[in-house]
Ligand binder design. Structure first.
Ligand code: ZN
Length: 161
C-alpha cells in the first residue's frame, strides 16, 4: 500500500542537523505515527513520504522553510523582570509557557537575563535550521472515517473529542 492522503503512516526516524548532530530520534521508542495529508508533520517530510510504502528507507534534506520556518526576529522580545516573579535563578535556556496577545499559549526560551529586563525568544527551537531525516517506514494503513474527520490518528489513545 502506497502512502497517499488518508494513509496512517508509522515510521522510525533519526533527525540530524547539517553538521551531523543528532537532534531527535525514535530509536528505542514506539514508531511515530501520523495521518498523511493533514499537515500533522512538517511539509518537507510529508511530501517526501508520498508514494512510499512499508519497508522503504530514505534520507531527505529539508530546507528551513519546509520545516519549522525561518527565524522571525519579531518573536524575540524584552519583558520586564517582574514577569518572572517566583522563579529562582532565572537563566538563559530556561523555557516558559507564555500567552500571546491573541490568547494562544506559546513556549518561549530565555536568551538573556539583565537586571531590569529578560529577553525571550518564541521562535521554534528548530526555526531557521535545515534538517536531515533518516526514515524507515514500518507501517501504512488506511485511516478510519473518524480519523479522517478529525484530521489526526486515534492510535493507542483513549482520547475524548
Ligand atoms: Zn480525534
Amino acid at each position: 500500500m502506497q502512502i497517499t492522503d488518508g494513509s496512517v503512516v508509522q515510521f522510525h526516524y533519526t533527525l540530524t542537523n547539517p553538521e551531523g548532530e543528532v537532534l531527535d530520534s525514535s530509536s528505542g521508542k514506539d514508531a511515530f505515527a501520523y495521518l498523511h495529508g493533514a499537515g500533522n508533520i512538517i511539509g518537507g517530510l510529508e511530501r517526501a513520504m508520498a508514494g512510499r510504502s512499508e519497508g522503504d528507507r530514505f534520507v531527505v534534506d529539508i530546507a528551513p522553510e519546509d520545516a519549522y520556518g525561518k527565524r522571525d526576529e519579531g518573536l524575540v522580545q524584552a519583558v520586564p523582570r517582574e514577569a518572572f516573579q517566583g522563579v529562582d535563578e532565572l537563566q538563559p535556556g530556561m523555557r516558559f509557557q507564555a500567552r500571546s496577545e491573541s490568547g494562544q499559549t506559546q513556549v518561549v526560551v530565555v536568551t538573556q537575563v539583565a537586571e531590569q529586563e529578560v529577553t525571550v525568544d518564541a521562535n521554534h527551537p528548530l526555526a531557521g535550521q535545515a534538517l536531515r531525516f533518516d526514515v524507515e517506514i514500518t507501517g501504512v494503513r488506511e485511516a478510519t472515517q473518524e480519523e479522517r474527520e478529525h484530521g489526526h490518528i486515534h492510535q493507542g489513545k483513549d482520547e475524548v473529542h
